[in-house]
Ligand binder design. Structure first.
Ligand code: FE2
Length: 547
């Protein structure tokens, strides 16, 4: 059975393709359109469909639109209620319902040959839930928590997967929403809501949770698997910050308070779910599940032995989850997702053609990994473009910027390359077998960079560029079996420097989506102070770069 999944309505339009229960392809529209997040998450943009991502998914599998058995659309307008009734201040929300109802027709127009009758509306949070429970290795016996801004009329779901079949125990109706609460504080702190929530999480580690008591009066778990988020008068706590204003300790304290409160509520939701079901593994999805600090807290302090988070935990992941859900509903067995590298890739000949067309001088070294390690050891910054691009917001060694972790100035240097705030950390990658020596508390292995780990005190001075102000780091562990080339870079870098860690951050420049195709890579290399581009087996050097 061939199922195309479509996410379009709120955030991060994306498409995914599941064939005979296997995840074949998944990609976000922003990687094609080069518009970050695809479109703004406003009702009047909700008609836009991930057309390019959908066409590419089909082409990748060699399918025509007419070959599809079903199209899963990750929102069900029949479950929606008017925004006023839900207590939301969103006067144009009815457009979303209208566009969703018309989606089968829109899809048939944008993908000629598609049968509108093949479109199934999948409830938004069942699509998120499937992206966690069914995509995880624990699909036979896993609990699932969806922690979202909003779906049709709820913001959360707690349930269980038993041999691939979901049972829903609890949902939390709007307007109560942990995602919307976090979006509110994001906006109050002068960042872009529905986009910059991770900046609040980063800022939180600079503050003290001194507003916690006040906030607990409005926000708390209710003891029955749900929670309450009454309106908060943010200005009575801290003056709003303008987008280009310097942040102060007050702003950091507010961020720390909300972060702490979120963790408290999540722990109670997890405890309730575990009590109810007793499954050993918890799987997570929804935008709030991209909060790596909260994820680590859940692993450390909840009753679960294992916590697995969908790497595309935001709405992009509902394209895959929707498709898996429909496949299961049709009685098909489905397999866990094979990895996050589900996007576009190019073979060596295609990559060489791009370099030839650009008339760039390039080499094909005998060992590209060692060439990159040498440049990194000499403190060069490397743009690393290998294999298929990642699904979700994290660069996991396919579209990455790499640097030496031993020089503290490399944090500022990379944040300058990427044009972002200096309080934003960059992350370490480490070979799986070396991780436990350096990183504690978070789960190991951690291949998707969705948790934070404590850096062992004796290592903090050795890898200062990747240690956050609170002594933590957001680690990606690399298994040689899954990622042989990245593992070899790490091995060769260690041979040269004695450090088993390399800095890894996403390959993009200010405000742009991650690099996806070779043209993006060449444009990024051409415009950013990067010393070496490693693209497939080829390297392009900036004149005078270290080697
Ligand atoms: Fe969502």
């Amino acid at each position: 059975m061939k199922v195309l999944g479509i996410n379009a309505l709120f955030h991060d339009p994306a498409a995914a393709l599941v064939v005979d229960g296997e995840t074949v392809a998944a990609a976000e529209e922003e990687r094609f359109s080069r518009r970050k997040h695809g479109h703004r998450p406003v009702p009047f943009a909700a008609w836009e469909l991930p057309e390019m991502a959908a066409r590419w998914c089909l082409a990748e599998a060699g399918l025509d639109v007419g070959d599809l058995d079903a199209v899963a659309y990750s929102y069900d307008p029949a479950l929606a209620r008017p925004a006023e009734e839900l207590g939301l201040d969103d006067p144009w929300d009815h457009l979303r319902q209208d566009y969703a109802r018309r989606a089968p027709g829109f899809l048939a127009s944008s993908l000629p040959g598609l049968d509108p009758a093949s479109v199934r509306f999948v409830p938004h949070h069942l699509a998120h839930a499937a992206s966690a429970g069914l995509a995880s290795p624990y699909l036979d016996d896993a609990d699932v928590l969806v922690l979202d801004g909003r779906g049709e009329s709820a913001s959360h779901l707690a349930g269980h997967y038993d041999r691939g079949q979901v049972e829903v125990f609890r949902t939390q109706e709007l307007p109560h929403s942990l995602g919307l609460l976090y979006e509110d504080v994001t906006q109050h702190l002068g960042f872009l809501r529905s986009s910059d929530e991770y900046k609040v999480m980063a800022l939180a580690s600079y503050g003290r949770p001194r507003f916690l008591e006040e906030l607990r009066r409005s926000v708390c778990a209710t003891g029955d698997g749900g929670f309450r988020t009454d309106p908060v008068d943010w200005s009575s706590l801290v003056k709003p910050r303008l987008p280009d204003e310097e942040w102060t300790s007050d702003h950091a304290d507010l961020a720390a308070s909300v972060q702490h409160l979120l963790e408290e509520v999540l722990l109670e939701l997890a405890a309730w779910l575990h009590e109810r079901s007793g499954a050993p593994a918890l799987t997570l999805a929804g935008g709030v599940a991209l909060n790596c600090v909260a994820n680590t807290r859940l692993l450390a302090d909840s009753p679960y032995d294992r916590v697995w988070v969908q790497p595309a935990a935001g709405d992009a992941g509902t394209a895959l989850g929707g498709a898996l859900h429909v496949a299961r509903a049709e009685g098909e067995a489905t397999a866990p997702m094979p990895g996050a590298d589900l996007g576009r890739g190019w073979n060596d000949a295609e990559l060489e053609a791009w370099l030839t067309t650009a008339r760039l001088p390039y080499d094909r070294p005998a060992d590209v990994a060692d060439e990159v390690a040498a440049c990194l050891a000499a403190n060069g910054v490397v743009a690393w473009f290998q294999g298929r691009s990642e699904y979700g917001p994290r660069a996991l060694g396919h579209r990455s910027l790499l640097a030496h972790p031993g020089h503290p100035a490399n944090l500022e240097r990379l944040n300058d390359v990427k044009g972002r705030e200096q309080f934003r950390p960059v992350a370490p990658m480490v070979r799986e077998e070396r991780a436990a020596e350096i990183f504690g508390r978070g789960p190991l292995p951690s291949p998707y960079m969705l948790f934070v780990h404590d850096v062992a005190p004796q290592w903090r001075d050795r890898i200062p560029a990747v240690v956050h102000v609170d002594g933590t780091a957001r680690v990606q562990t690399v298994a040689a079996g899954d990622e042989p080339l990245v593992a070899r870079v790490l091995e060769r870098f260690e041979a040269r420097t004695g450090l088993p860690v390399v800095v890894n951050t996403s390959l993009n420049t200010a405000g742009r989506p991650m690099v996806d195709d070779p043209r993006d890579a060449l444009e990024c290399f051409g415009s950013a102070p990067v010393d070496l581009l490693a693209i497939g087996p080829f390297v392009v050097r900036r004149p005078g770069s270290p080697r």
